[in-house]
Design a protein around this ligand. Structure first.
Ligand code: HEM
Length: 467
């Protein structure tokens, strides 16, 4: 009899503990697309067209669903309650979600990563905040003009190449230091090619063993080796006062474990270029392919620069403030080509729309699809720069539900720098050249989830000095 009472008591206590400490009781877990191969899960079906797969799963399973991929559970949230949780819940962790990818990408060990991440984040956020950008804008303008000179009086190029050949070396010189051996005329091609291999393979290389990614691994090693010299040089020439320090020198000053300076250099290089270059491409492609948008932009440029000699133009921050319409075009291009997925790790179970998402899942939000929500973005697939009239950009706020830079506390610390550099590049290029696309505006490739979408086909531009 005593035994039976003890069992009953244990059950009652158990139920009470569950009620008090596990309030998710009674909720179901999300429906899960498992696929049929152990560990790989749905990877093969998913990999054919990840962006479309996500939308099809949403239509089939509803606003919260899990896709099992390469040993991990990705739980997608596709409606407001989920976005809210993604941006604000304390039961989610950004660092734990990205640590392994960072380790694969640039070989930064786990302990070093955790020691440094939030310090580096604060440093980057400060150095690249709107109040510090004036320290970079003058030299960035000179750098852009220098590389734009190389285009000559006229020509035809792939628009992505044109943008990359200007933006890549100019931004490296600004963030890492002008006298880098890597951006000299002799070395830049090799540097750019290795970066491109590294960027192209990044998404898969952060998930798969190195043996599947030979070309990528070779470029990673080349970049890490080269950045050992960059780090050494930056340390030696590091000024004691802040006035002429580069962002990379600030990074080295902040770092615990100086021996990883080169690894963090490659990481900063990737973060600063991988999204900004395609966004600059899309912005120009959207503008030049739309006659009325292009006309508006030229009118705006005329108002600010009038008859000023185009070769002597210095694009100031005040000029950029007056060139609102171009800024709207940049933000609209970012909205339409936003990253396919951003993730945070669930550290304590959370409930979203009556579904309990277990600890260990990777909570995933797709900015690409969020930006196609009719409630926030009517005619979501249209390039409509005017919709940005509603955003309070003077106060540095975006439109509601615009999450291309992430949401909540971990938003991209480089976002204001990114917008400024793209703004400046578009102004300088369109002031100097008349441009015409020789191919129709390409669609976005459905193959990428990480970062800004890539074009699916060619997009050649013909350019000619303005009379
Ligand atoms: C239009 C261009 C850009 C886009 C769309 C973009 C987007 C993003 C996104 C989505 C994240 C992750 C946020 C999250 O998961 O919640 C991120 C993180 C980051 N971005 Fe950007 N980014 C851009 C340009 C830049 C630039 C130019 C820099 C540096 C100069 C930069 C530096 C970083 C860094 C350091 C992080 C990691 C932040 C952390 O540790 O939490 N980004 N970016």
């Amino acid at each position: 009899m005593d035994g039976a009472i003890a069992v009953l008591l244990a059950i009652v206590v158990g139920v009470l503990v569950k009620l008090v400490f596990f309030p998710t009781r009674g909720y179901k877990g999300p429906p899960c697309v498992y696929g049929w191969i152990p560990w790989f899960g749905a990877a093969f079906q998913f990999g054919r067209s990840p962006l479309e797969f996500i939308e099809e799963a949403r239509l089939k399973y509803g606003p919260v669903f899990t896709i099992y991929l390469l040993g991990k559970r990705y739980t997608f949230v596709a409606e407001e309650e989920g976005f809210q949780a993604f941006c604000t819940s304390k039961d989610l962790d950004f660092e734990q979600a990205v640590q392994q990818s960072v380790q694969h990408a640039v070989s930064i060990p786990e302990d070093i990563f955790y020691k440094n991440r939030s310090r580096l984040y604060s440093m980057m956020k400060g150095r690249l905040s709107t109040s510090h950008l004036h320290q970079l804008s003058g030299s960035l303008c000179r750098e852009f003009k220098n590389y734009i000179e190389d285009l000559g009086p006229e020509g035809t190029k792939e628009l992505t190449d044109l943008v990359r050949h200007i933006m890549f070396p100019a931004v490296v010189n600004i963030l890492f230091g002008k006298d880098l051996f890597l951006t000299t005329r002799d070395n830049i091609k090799e540097f750019e090619d290795h970066f491109q291999n590294f960027d192209n393979g990044f998404e898969y290389a952060t998930q798969l063993p190195a043996c599947f990614m030979r070309k990528w691994t070779k470029s990673k090693k080349w970049l890490l080796k080269s950045f050992e010299n960059v780090a050494l040089h930056a340390e030696k020439s590091n000024p004691s006062d802040g006035s002429s320090k580069t962002v990379y020198q600030y990074l080295l000053d902040t770092l615990h474990g100086r021996q990883f300076g080169a690894h963090y250099g490659v990481l900063l290089l990737w973060a600063s270029q991988a999204n900004a270059i395609p966004v600059a491409f899309w912005t120009l492609a959207f503008i030049v392919s739309d006659a009325s948008v292009y006309k508006n932009i030229m009118k705006e440029l005329e108002t600010v620069y009038g008859k000023t000699d185009k070769d002597n133009i210095r694009v100031s921050e005040d000029d950029l403030k007056s060139l609102q319409f171009i800024k709207w075009c940049i933000l609209e291009a970012i909205r339409l080509r936003a990253p396919g997925a951003i993730v945070k790790k669930v550290i304590n179970p959370i409930v979203v729309q009556n579904v309990v998402i277990p600890a260990g899942d990777l909570l995933t939000m797709s900015p690409y699809w969020v930006h196609r929500n009719l409630k926030y973005f009517p005619e979501p697939n249209k390039f409509k720069p005017d919709r940005w009239k509603e955003a309070n950009l003077e106060k540095n706020t975006f439109l509601e539900s615009f999450v291309a830079f992430g949401g909540g506390t971990h938003q991209c610390p480089g976002r204001w720098f990114a917008i400024m550099e793209i703004h400046m590049l578009v102004v300088l290029l369109l002031l100097k050249y008349e441009c015409r696309l020789l191919d129709p505006l390409p669609k976005e490739s459905p193959l990428h989830l990480v970062g800004t979408q890539q074009p699916q086909g060619p997009c050649r531009v013909q350019y000619k000095l303005r009379a």
